[in-house]
Design a binder for this molecule. Sequence first.
Ligand SMILES: Nc1ncnc2c1ncn2[C@@H]1O[C@H](COP(=O)(O)OP(=O)(O)OP(=O)(O)O)[C@@H](O)[C@H]1O
Ligand SMILES: [Mg+2]
Length: 346
Amino acid sequence: MKNNNKETIINLRNLTKNFGDFTAVDNLSLDIKKGEIISLLGPNGAGKTTTMKMIARLLKPTEGEVWIKENGNMRLLNNRNKDALLDRIGFLIENPTFYDHMTPKQILTYFATLKGYPRKKIPKRIEELMALVDLSDWIDKKIGTFSKGMKQRLGLVSSMIHDPDFLVLDEPQTGLDPKGRKEIRAILVDLKNAGKTIFLSSHLLYEVSEISDRIAIINRGKLVAFDTMENLEGQAKDLRLQIQLAELPEDVTQIIIDLETIIRPLTGLNKGDKIVEFNRVTSTFEVKFDGKIQTQKNILKELIRNDIDVMDFSVPRTNTLEDLYIKLVTEVVAVEPLKEASTGVN
Ligand SMILES: Nc1ncnc2c1ncn2[C@@H]1O[C@H](COP(=O)(O)OP(=O)(O)OP(=O)(O)O)[C@@H](O)[C@H]1O
Ligand SMILES: [Mg+2]
């Protein structure tokens, strides 16, 4: 996979956070690679903010570790090294409260100074960032006159005033209208194209599906999926083939038996249940398979080789990624995830 060669810059290892006897984040492991947009997707209360707070060391993990790359080496985050390790990261976790009587220039100058950004470069930096979020005309206006969306964009600017390579953004689109949400997406893509790495959270799949390289789905503190969009979409696909024959005899039982015999060795599935079923309403045979294109091809070839007169051969795309997401976050018991997450340090 294309991401496998990229360097890991953050590694969350078996992170757990308990509040009393409630587990908000449960043994969560994932890696973030340079240049990726990774989205942490999950419903309200899933543990997204808690996870991000552990990266920012606003919360100390109950168990597990946060590893961050510094000067080419992965280092374990702790209270002593947190200032140094988190220096190159921009956080937008709780939206900062801005003083209404101040202007973006004043407040951003203050933040930049606090972060040790070279004083001489601050005005230019502010101009650039305000232009990026389309607020150039508002640099010297009082924040009290800003709309919610404008404040949100200003929040984004404040998180990256010191030009960090890596951004951790907790629901940056919250409270925005659809246009504002779309604008934030465009900004995130611009940042990625400028070489930044972005870890963002959302509870809405559509918000992150187009822009994310990988999506980590979290439910009740547990990671239930972590993969590329492409693979998640594959997983969401209906794993049934529909086959329609040119002619149907009165009794389809024999055909079902024939199809079972021909197809079974090719489906990539284990022995067990029936794999061929006949749907009387649509007069189609439905065949369970492993969802792979190659398996589809093999099955079709084999049917033709056996002189089965196929008229239609298709995979219905009834299931969407949205359905998979809903399924994953409504199921209490998680599927085995972490196919990609256990890459360790490199
Ligand atoms: N300081 C705390 N004390 C007790 N429980 C907490 C604390 N912080 C978070 N929780 C609980 O942990 C769970 C996860 O909260 P978290 O804020 O991480 O969820 P989230 O995924 O960010 O949700 P949302 O989409 O609503 O922002 C929730 O049930 C929340 O009530
Ligand atoms: Mg949250």
